[in-house]
Design a protein around this ligand. Structure first.
Ligand SMILES: NC(=O)c1ccc[n+]([C@@H]2O[C@H](COP(=O)([O-])OP(=O)(O)OC[C@H]3O[C@@H](n4cnc5c(N)ncnc54)[C@H](OP(=O)(O)O)[C@@H]3O)[C@@H](O)[C@H]2O)c1
Length: 352
Protein backbone atom coordinates (compact mmCIF):
# COMPACT_ATOMS: atom_id res chain seq x y z
CA UNK A 1 0.00 0.00 0.00
CA UNK A 2 1.25 3.51 -0.65
CA UNK A 3 0.08 6.36 1.65
CA UNK A 4 -2.40 8.80 -0.04
CA UNK A 5 -3.97 6.12 -2.32
CA UNK A 6 -6.19 4.82 0.44
CA UNK A 7 -8.47 6.57 2.89
CA UNK A 8 -8.76 6.07 6.64
CA UNK A 9 -10.82 7.24 9.59
CA UNK A 10 -9.13 9.79 11.87
CA UNK A 11 -9.89 12.44 14.49
CA UNK A 12 -9.46 15.61 12.45
CA UNK A 13 -9.36 19.22 13.71
CA UNK A 14 -11.98 21.63 12.36
CA UNK A 15 -10.00 24.85 12.98
CA UNK A 16 -12.14 26.16 15.83
CA UNK A 17 -10.94 24.05 18.76
CA UNK A 18 -13.30 21.24 17.77
CA UNK A 19 -12.68 17.98 15.93
CA UNK A 20 -14.59 15.17 14.27
CA UNK A 21 -14.18 11.59 13.08
CA UNK A 22 -13.59 11.93 9.32
CA UNK A 23 -12.42 9.98 6.28
CA UNK A 24 -9.09 11.39 5.04
CA UNK A 25 -6.15 10.09 2.97
CA UNK A 26 -3.62 7.80 4.63
CA UNK A 27 -0.50 9.97 5.23
CA UNK A 28 2.46 9.42 2.86
CA UNK A 29 5.79 8.18 4.22
CA UNK A 30 9.25 9.65 3.63
CA UNK A 31 12.33 7.55 2.94
CA UNK A 32 13.28 6.99 6.62
CA UNK A 33 9.73 6.47 7.90
CA UNK A 34 7.39 3.58 8.51
CA UNK A 35 3.61 3.52 8.15
CA UNK A 36 1.90 1.85 11.13
CA UNK A 37 -1.61 0.36 11.11
CA UNK A 38 -2.75 1.59 14.49
CA UNK A 39 -4.37 -0.90 16.89
CA UNK A 40 -4.57 1.15 20.10
CA UNK A 41 -3.88 4.73 21.15
CA UNK A 42 -3.64 6.47 24.50
CA UNK A 43 -4.38 10.02 25.52
CA UNK A 44 -2.08 12.69 26.97
CA UNK A 45 -2.94 16.09 28.45
CA UNK A 46 -1.22 17.64 25.43
CA UNK A 47 -3.89 16.18 23.14
CA UNK A 48 -6.74 18.31 24.49
CA UNK A 49 -4.40 21.30 24.96
CA UNK A 50 -3.30 21.12 21.31
CA UNK A 51 -6.89 20.78 20.10
CA UNK A 52 -7.79 23.91 22.04
CA UNK A 53 -4.73 26.07 21.36
CA UNK A 54 -3.56 25.10 17.87
CA UNK A 55 -6.68 26.12 15.98
CA UNK A 56 -5.87 24.96 12.46
CA UNK A 57 -8.08 22.66 10.41
CA UNK A 58 -7.31 19.28 8.79
CA UNK A 59 -4.76 18.13 11.37
CA UNK A 60 -5.03 14.74 13.06
CA UNK A 61 -4.98 14.66 16.86
CA UNK A 62 -3.20 12.13 19.06
CA UNK A 63 0.40 11.30 19.91
CA UNK A 64 0.75 7.82 21.49
CA UNK A 65 0.04 4.62 19.55
CA UNK A 66 0.82 0.94 19.09
CA UNK A 67 0.22 -1.17 16.00
CA UNK A 68 1.70 -3.13 13.13
CA UNK A 69 4.15 -1.92 10.47
CA UNK A 70 2.24 -1.67 7.17
CA UNK A 71 4.90 -0.06 4.96
CA UNK A 72 8.62 0.65 5.23
CA UNK A 73 10.41 3.63 3.62
CA UNK A 74 13.13 2.87 1.02
CA UNK A 75 15.97 4.07 3.27
CA UNK A 76 14.96 1.94 6.25
CA UNK A 77 17.29 -1.08 6.52
CA UNK A 78 15.44 -4.42 6.42
CA UNK A 79 17.38 -5.37 9.56
CA UNK A 80 15.75 -2.46 11.40
CA UNK A 81 12.03 -2.62 10.60
CA UNK A 82 9.86 -5.02 8.59
CA UNK A 83 6.24 -5.15 7.50
CA UNK A 84 4.14 -7.01 10.07
CA UNK A 85 6.37 -6.09 13.04
CA UNK A 86 4.60 -4.90 16.22
CA UNK A 87 5.71 -1.41 17.31
CA UNK A 88 4.76 1.50 19.57
CA UNK A 89 5.77 5.13 19.79
CA UNK A 90 4.64 8.72 19.66
CA UNK A 91 4.53 11.61 17.23
CA UNK A 92 3.44 15.23 17.62
CA UNK A 93 -0.30 15.08 17.10
CA UNK A 94 -2.64 17.91 16.17
CA UNK A 95 -0.19 19.97 14.09
CA UNK A 96 -0.21 18.05 10.76
CA UNK A 97 -2.39 15.56 8.85
CA UNK A 98 -0.35 12.82 10.59
CA UNK A 99 -1.61 11.99 14.08
CA UNK A 100 -2.07 8.89 16.24
CA UNK A 101 -5.86 9.05 16.56
CA UNK A 102 -6.23 7.42 13.15
CA UNK A 103 -6.16 4.06 11.41
CA UNK A 104 -2.64 4.76 10.12
CA UNK A 105 0.24 6.88 11.43
CA UNK A 106 3.73 7.70 10.13
CA UNK A 107 6.81 7.67 12.41
CA UNK A 108 10.57 7.82 11.89
CA UNK A 109 11.67 4.17 11.77
CA UNK A 110 14.49 4.78 14.28
CA UNK A 111 12.10 6.09 16.94
CA UNK A 112 9.65 3.17 16.88
CA UNK A 113 9.77 0.82 19.89
CA UNK A 114 9.75 -2.86 18.88
CA UNK A 115 6.98 -4.42 21.00
CA UNK A 116 7.67 -7.81 22.59
CA UNK A 117 4.86 -10.37 22.06
CA UNK A 118 4.24 -10.33 25.82
CA UNK A 119 3.04 -6.71 25.60
CA UNK A 120 -0.46 -6.09 24.21
CA UNK A 121 -1.18 -3.23 21.82
CA UNK A 122 -3.26 -1.57 24.55
CA UNK A 123 -0.25 -1.68 26.91
CA UNK A 124 2.12 -0.65 24.13
CA UNK A 125 0.03 2.45 23.50
CA UNK A 126 1.07 3.69 26.98
CA UNK A 127 4.75 3.87 26.04
CA UNK A 128 4.79 7.12 24.09
CA UNK A 129 5.29 10.65 25.38
CA UNK A 130 5.35 9.77 29.10
CA UNK A 131 7.95 7.03 28.73
CA UNK A 132 10.29 9.00 26.43
CA UNK A 133 9.89 12.13 28.59
CA UNK A 134 11.00 10.20 31.67
CA UNK A 135 14.12 8.95 29.85
CA UNK A 136 14.92 12.33 28.31
CA UNK A 137 14.61 14.05 31.69
CA UNK A 138 16.62 11.60 33.77
CA UNK A 139 19.34 10.74 31.25
CA UNK A 140 19.73 13.67 28.85
CA UNK A 141 18.95 16.61 31.16
CA UNK A 142 19.59 15.40 34.74
CA UNK A 143 22.56 13.32 33.47
CA UNK A 144 21.85 10.21 35.55
CA UNK A 145 23.32 6.86 34.48
CA UNK A 146 21.08 4.53 32.46
CA UNK A 147 19.92 1.08 33.66
CA UNK A 148 22.67 -0.53 31.51
CA UNK A 149 25.27 0.97 33.85
CA UNK A 150 23.44 1.92 37.07
CA UNK A 151 24.75 4.31 39.71
CA UNK A 152 27.08 2.80 42.31
CA UNK A 153 25.90 5.32 44.91
CA UNK A 154 22.09 5.66 45.36
CA UNK A 155 21.88 9.41 44.69
CA UNK A 156 18.50 10.82 45.83
CA UNK A 157 16.08 12.05 43.18
CA UNK A 158 12.62 13.53 43.73
CA UNK A 159 9.88 12.63 41.25
CA UNK A 160 7.03 14.99 42.15
CA UNK A 161 3.76 13.19 41.25
CA UNK A 162 4.55 9.50 41.12
CA UNK A 163 1.04 8.67 39.88
CA UNK A 164 1.19 10.90 36.80
CA UNK A 165 1.96 9.03 33.59
CA UNK A 166 5.42 10.60 33.36
CA UNK A 167 6.02 10.05 37.07
CA UNK A 168 5.18 6.34 36.89
CA UNK A 169 7.87 5.82 34.26
CA UNK A 170 10.34 8.18 35.94
CA UNK A 171 10.11 6.18 39.19
CA UNK A 172 10.76 2.93 37.34
CA UNK A 173 13.69 4.26 35.29
CA UNK A 174 15.24 6.04 38.28
CA UNK A 175 15.08 2.84 40.34
CA UNK A 176 16.53 0.76 37.49
CA UNK A 177 19.35 3.33 37.33
CA UNK A 178 20.25 2.68 40.96
CA UNK A 179 18.91 5.96 42.38
CA UNK A 180 17.10 6.46 45.70
CA UNK A 181 13.62 7.52 44.66
CA UNK A 182 11.49 10.00 46.60
CA UNK A 183 8.03 10.73 45.26
CA UNK A 184 4.64 12.24 46.09
CA UNK A 185 1.14 10.80 45.69
CA UNK A 186 -2.22 10.83 47.42
CA UNK A 187 -2.22 8.31 50.34
CA UNK A 188 -4.48 5.83 48.49
CA UNK A 189 -1.69 5.39 45.92
CA UNK A 190 1.26 5.03 48.31
CA UNK A 191 1.50 1.23 47.82
CA UNK A 192 1.08 1.62 44.06
CA UNK A 193 4.09 3.94 43.67
CA UNK A 194 6.17 1.81 46.06
CA UNK A 195 5.47 -1.21 43.84
CA UNK A 196 6.87 0.81 40.92
CA UNK A 197 10.12 1.33 42.87
CA UNK A 198 9.68 4.42 45.04
CA UNK A 199 11.75 4.21 48.24
CA UNK A 200 9.85 6.93 50.10
CA UNK A 201 6.49 8.49 49.31
CA UNK A 202 4.83 11.61 50.71
CA UNK A 203 1.33 13.06 50.48
CA UNK A 204 1.40 15.84 47.89
CA UNK A 205 -1.50 17.62 49.62
CA UNK A 206 0.33 17.84 52.96
CA UNK A 207 1.87 21.31 53.36
CA UNK A 208 4.71 19.76 55.42
CA UNK A 209 5.81 17.44 52.60
CA UNK A 210 8.67 19.61 51.24
CA UNK A 211 10.15 19.90 54.76
CA UNK A 212 9.69 16.16 55.29
CA UNK A 213 11.52 15.39 52.03
CA UNK A 214 14.29 17.80 53.02
CA UNK A 215 14.64 15.96 56.35
CA UNK A 216 14.42 12.47 54.81
CA UNK A 217 17.21 13.29 52.36
CA UNK A 218 19.23 14.96 55.17
CA UNK A 219 19.29 18.10 53.04
CA UNK A 220 21.23 16.36 50.22
CA UNK A 221 18.61 16.44 47.44
CA UNK A 222 20.08 18.09 44.32
CA UNK A 223 17.89 16.67 41.52
CA UNK A 224 14.15 16.68 40.94
CA UNK A 225 11.62 16.11 38.18
CA UNK A 226 8.41 18.09 38.60
CA UNK A 227 5.80 16.10 36.68
CA UNK A 228 3.08 18.68 37.41
CA UNK A 229 5.00 21.98 37.12
CA UNK A 230 2.09 24.24 37.92
CA UNK A 231 0.36 26.01 40.83
CA UNK A 232 2.31 25.27 44.02
CA UNK A 233 4.50 22.40 42.79
CA UNK A 234 7.55 24.36 41.53
CA UNK A 235 7.83 25.98 44.99
CA UNK A 236 7.23 22.74 46.81
CA UNK A 237 9.92 20.98 44.79
CA UNK A 238 12.33 23.87 45.26
CA UNK A 239 11.80 23.82 49.04
CA UNK A 240 12.60 20.08 49.12
CA UNK A 241 16.08 20.65 47.67
CA UNK A 242 19.32 21.04 49.61
CA UNK A 243 20.18 24.49 51.02
CA UNK A 244 22.68 24.90 48.17
CA UNK A 245 19.87 24.33 45.63
CA UNK A 246 20.00 21.93 42.69
CA UNK A 247 18.39 21.22 39.31
CA UNK A 248 14.67 20.85 38.69
CA UNK A 249 13.40 19.48 35.38
CA UNK A 250 9.91 20.85 34.68
CA UNK A 251 7.37 19.54 32.19
CA UNK A 252 5.73 22.92 31.67
CA UNK A 253 7.89 26.02 31.11
CA UNK A 254 9.04 27.45 34.45
CA UNK A 255 12.03 29.47 35.63
CA UNK A 256 12.99 29.46 39.30
CA UNK A 257 14.12 32.72 40.88
CA UNK A 258 15.55 30.92 43.91
CA UNK A 259 19.30 31.31 44.30
CA UNK A 260 21.13 28.09 43.44
CA UNK A 261 18.06 26.47 41.83
CA UNK A 262 18.45 25.78 38.12
CA UNK A 263 15.31 24.90 36.16
CA UNK A 264 15.31 23.12 32.83
CA UNK A 265 12.12 22.80 30.77
CA UNK A 266 11.73 19.47 29.01
CA UNK A 267 9.90 19.10 25.69
CA UNK A 268 9.43 15.50 24.56
CA UNK A 269 9.17 16.56 20.91
CA UNK A 270 12.91 17.39 20.85
CA UNK A 271 13.61 13.68 20.30
CA UNK A 272 12.32 14.10 16.72
CA UNK A 273 15.47 16.11 15.90
CA UNK A 274 13.44 18.71 13.98
CA UNK A 275 12.57 22.37 14.53
CA UNK A 276 9.45 22.72 16.66
CA UNK A 277 6.88 25.51 16.24
CA UNK A 278 4.21 24.46 18.77
CA UNK A 279 3.62 24.80 21.77
CA UNK A 280 6.59 27.17 21.46
CA UNK A 281 9.41 27.52 18.97
CA UNK A 282 12.47 25.43 19.64
CA UNK A 283 15.26 24.62 17.20
CA UNK A 284 16.17 20.99 16.48
CA UNK A 285 18.32 19.33 19.16
CA UNK A 286 20.50 16.69 17.49
CA UNK A 287 21.62 15.17 20.83
CA UNK A 288 18.00 14.60 21.91
CA UNK A 289 17.28 12.81 18.62
CA UNK A 290 20.30 10.55 19.09
CA UNK A 291 19.19 9.87 22.67
CA UNK A 292 15.61 9.17 21.57
CA UNK A 293 16.87 6.42 19.25
CA UNK A 294 18.66 4.81 22.20
CA UNK A 295 15.60 5.17 24.46
CA UNK A 296 13.41 3.29 21.93
CA UNK A 297 15.84 0.36 22.15
CA UNK A 298 16.15 0.62 25.94
CA UNK A 299 12.36 0.66 26.44
CA UNK A 300 11.95 -2.40 24.19
CA UNK A 301 14.71 -4.28 26.05
CA UNK A 302 13.31 -3.52 29.51
CA UNK A 303 9.83 -4.56 28.37
CA UNK A 304 11.09 -7.89 27.03
CA UNK A 305 12.92 -8.47 30.33
CA UNK A 306 9.71 -7.71 32.24
CA UNK A 307 11.36 -4.79 34.04
CA UNK A 308 9.08 -1.97 32.85
CA UNK A 309 5.37 -1.81 33.68
CA UNK A 310 3.06 0.13 31.35
CA UNK A 311 0.55 2.46 33.01
CA UNK A 312 -2.79 0.93 34.14
CA UNK A 313 -5.26 1.14 31.28
CA UNK A 314 -8.55 3.03 31.42
CA UNK A 315 -10.29 1.73 28.30
CA UNK A 316 -12.86 4.07 26.74
CA UNK A 317 -15.65 2.63 24.55
CA UNK A 318 -16.38 3.42 20.87
CA UNK A 319 -12.74 3.67 19.81
CA UNK A 320 -11.78 7.00 18.27
CA UNK A 321 -15.41 8.13 18.47
CA UNK A 322 -14.84 8.25 22.26
CA UNK A 323 -12.08 10.90 22.17
CA UNK A 324 -14.42 13.76 23.07
CA UNK A 325 -15.54 11.83 26.18
CA UNK A 326 -11.91 11.11 27.04
CA UNK A 327 -10.98 14.79 26.77
CA UNK A 328 -13.84 15.76 29.09
CA UNK A 329 -12.86 13.06 31.61
CA UNK A 330 -9.25 14.27 31.62
CA UNK A 331 -10.09 17.97 31.80
CA UNK A 332 -12.37 17.25 34.74
CA UNK A 333 -9.35 15.90 36.65
CA UNK A 334 -10.70 12.34 36.68
CA UNK A 335 -7.42 10.69 35.60
CA UNK A 336 -5.91 8.97 38.65
CA UNK A 337 -2.79 6.84 38.05
CA UNK A 338 -4.18 5.53 34.73
CA UNK A 339 -4.12 6.24 31.03
CA UNK A 340 -7.16 6.74 28.83
CA UNK A 341 -6.92 4.25 25.97
CA UNK A 342 -8.92 3.66 22.78
CA UNK A 343 -8.94 0.54 20.61
CA UNK A 344 -9.14 1.66 16.97
CA UNK A 345 -11.20 -1.36 15.90
CA UNK A 346 -13.94 -0.25 18.38
CA UNK A 347 -14.51 2.83 16.20
CA UNK A 348 -17.84 2.75 14.28
CA UNK A 349 -17.12 2.08 10.59
CA UNK A 350 -13.62 0.67 11.15
CA UNK A 351 -13.10 -2.98 10.16
CA UNK A 352 -11.93 -5.16 13.10
N1 LIG B 1 7.03 18.83 28.36
C1 LIG B 1 6.72 17.62 27.94
O1 LIG B 1 7.31 17.10 26.99
C2 LIG B 1 5.62 16.86 28.63
C3 LIG B 1 5.53 15.48 28.50
C4 LIG B 1 4.53 14.81 29.20
C5 LIG B 1 3.63 15.52 29.98
N2 LIG B 1 3.75 16.88 30.06
C6 LIG B 1 2.85 17.66 30.93
O2 LIG B 1 3.06 17.18 32.25
C7 LIG B 1 1.86 17.22 32.98
C8 LIG B 1 1.56 15.82 33.51
O3 LIG B 1 1.22 14.96 32.44
P1 LIG B 1 0.97 13.40 32.73
O4 LIG B 1 0.35 12.82 31.51
O5 LIG B 1 2.19 12.78 33.27
O6 LIG B 1 -0.08 13.52 33.93
P2 LIG B 1 -1.39 12.70 34.30
O7 LIG B 1 -1.11 11.24 34.19
O8 LIG B 1 -2.57 13.23 33.60
O9 LIG B 1 -1.48 13.12 35.86
C9 LIG B 1 -2.52 12.70 36.66
C10 LIG B 1 -2.00 12.40 38.07
O10 LIG B 1 -1.39 13.61 38.62
C11 LIG B 1 -1.61 13.61 40.01
N3 LIG B 1 -1.53 14.98 40.55
C12 LIG B 1 -2.38 16.00 40.30
N4 LIG B 1 -1.99 17.11 40.96
C13 LIG B 1 -0.88 16.78 41.66
C14 LIG B 1 -0.01 17.49 42.53
N5 LIG B 1 -0.23 18.78 42.83
N6 LIG B 1 1.06 16.84 43.05
C15 LIG B 1 1.29 15.54 42.77
N7 LIG B 1 0.50 14.81 41.92
C16 LIG B 1 -0.57 15.42 41.40
C17 LIG B 1 -3.00 13.02 40.15
O11 LIG B 1 -3.07 12.45 41.45
P3 LIG B 1 -4.47 11.97 42.07
O12 LIG B 1 -4.65 10.57 41.57
O13 LIG B 1 -4.26 12.04 43.56
O14 LIG B 1 -5.54 12.91 41.58
C18 LIG B 1 -3.08 11.98 39.01
O15 LIG B 1 -2.83 10.66 39.46
C19 LIG B 1 0.80 17.76 32.02
O16 LIG B 1 0.70 19.16 32.19
C20 LIG B 1 1.39 17.45 30.65
O17 LIG B 1 0.88 18.31 29.64
C21 LIG B 1 4.72 17.56 29.41
Amino acid sequence: MTGCSKSMKAIVTLGNGRFDLKDIPVPPISAGDILVKVAAVSQNPVDWKTALLHQKSDNVLGCDFAGTVAEVGPEVPSTMRRVGERVAGFIQGGVAPNGAFAEYVVIQAVLAIPLPDSVSFEEGAQLGIACFTACLTLYQYLKFPTPDCPAKVPTPVLIWSGTSATGQYAIQFAKLSGLRVFTTASPKHFEFVKALGADEVFDYADSRTPRKIFASTSGTLRHAMDCISQDRTPNQVSTSLSKEGGTIATLLPYTSRTKGVKTVSILAYTIFGKDISFPYTQPAVAEDHASGIQYAKLISKLLSEGKLKPIPIKMFPNGLQGVQDGFEYMRAGEVHAEKITYRVSDTPGVDP
